[in-house]
Ligand binder design. Structure first.
Ligand code: NAI
Length: 328
């Protein structure tokens, strides 16, 4: 059994792939680059490819299908970068490899704290020995209402983590979760969330229905000084509307681990390049916006689990066994 792994990082993933590949009896082709039509031939002779967040549009899926690929696993929780409908139409099975929610939840809480305490400004000042206080007074979580959108594995963990801080918690999801309710957290409509939350944190997958769920109209309805945290997917927020909201002071701060159109940018060294993502450049420049490069997942535990389970999914597929990670 052969699996071709794309975007394989030599400094953290390679050793794990070799270890788990050996344990599972899998022949591996480890490619450092993103999958494209030029390196698709590497997958010939095997049915499975293992990718990260690079775009997999229909044209590219067809190239892989022609080489005999029948199974695509993504070493991520989100799978909006893959044209699932096209993959299914080509007879391909798609799966993800969800690691534990704690890494992303920890990171979210850190982003919330950094945003309410104006940490970007504090770090920038201390780096240049500016030890003044004006403009860096923060707020306390116990005085704030935090709204969590998407109460799946990560959103629920964030709610549990935040429950120790004494803030008021609100939740919104398409489906209410009993565990969340048993924590005394109220589910509210988005309208109520916009009206009441001081901090809004996103934990829903990106779908056709929630693209730009935070847009100009939604921002208008939010509290003055609202802080927005996004560790889910960039497309959930209309970047132009976010920029306008920050410029006119409606939005008091943001913590963005993900941004729109980040594909092709993240995990590469672009320091000498002129980037084609104006919104990212503008957002990065604001003193009250912390941007990180889709890092929330990046812990020792998450990387180990995602490498192991992406291969395990390939094994299940090849053996015709039940695969808990298949995207239907
Ligand atoms: P999950 O599938 O356990 O939970 C997602 C929840 O969102 C579900 O309860 C679902 O009902 C809800 N949902 C779906 N559409 C919604 C909508 N329109 N409005 C409100 N709620 C909606 O997923 P999990 O593991 O909690 O991950 C959440 C998201 O976090 C992933 O889809 C992924 O995009 C993102 N993520 C980001 C990472 C990073 O490194 N920044 C790492 C891992 C995940």
């Amino acid at each position: 059994m052969k699996v071709t792994v794309y975007n394989c990082r030599d400094f953290d993933e390679k050793e794990l792939f070799v270890k788990y590949g050996k344990e599972m009896g899998i022949e591996l082709v480890l490619c450092p680059d993103a999958p494209d039509k030029d390196n698709a031939a590497l997958a010939r002779g095997g049915e499975c490819i293992d990718i990260i967040t690079s775009k997999m549009p229909e044209e590219l899926l067809k190239v892989f299908a022609d080489y005999g690929v029948k199974y695509i696993t993504t070493r991520t929780i989100g799978y909006d970068h893959i044209d699932i409908k096209a993959a299914h139409a080509l007879g391909m099975t798609v799966a993800n490899a969800p690691y534990g929610p704690c890494g992303v939840a920890d990171y979210t809480v850190m982003m919330i704290l950094m945003t309410i305490r104006k940490m970007k400004r504090i770090l920038e000042r201390s780096n240049i020995q500016d030890y003044t206080l004006k403009g860096i007074q923060g707020r306390e979580l116990k005085d704030l209402t935090v709204g969590v959108i998407g109460t799946g594995r990560i959103g629920r963990t964030v709610l549990k983590d935040l429950s120790g801080f004494g803030c008021r918690l609100l939740a919104h999801d398409l489906y209410e979760n009993e565990e969340v309710k048993s924590m005394g957290v109220s589910y509210v409509t988005l309208e109520e969330m916009w009206k009441q939350a001081d901090v809004i944190t996103l934990h829903a997958p990106l779908t056709d229905d929630n693209y730009h769920m935070i847009n100009g109209e939604a921002i208008e309805k939010m509290k003055d000084g609202v802080m927005i945290i996004n560790t889910a997917r960039g497309g959930l927020i209309d970047s132009q509307a976010l920029i306008r909201g920050i410029e006119n002071g409606k939005i008091g701060g943001a913590g963005l681990d993900v941004v729109e159109n980040e594909f092709g940018l993240y995990y590469y060294d672009h320091k000498s390049d002129i980037l084609d993502n104006r919104e990212l450049s503008i957002l990065r420049g604001f003193p009250n916006v912390t941007v990180s490069h889709h890092m929330a997942f990046y812990t020792d535990d998450c990387v180990d689990t995602v490498v192991r389970d992406s291969l395990l999914g390939c094994k299940y597929f090849t053996e015709g066994a039940e695969n808990p990670w298949e995207v239907k």
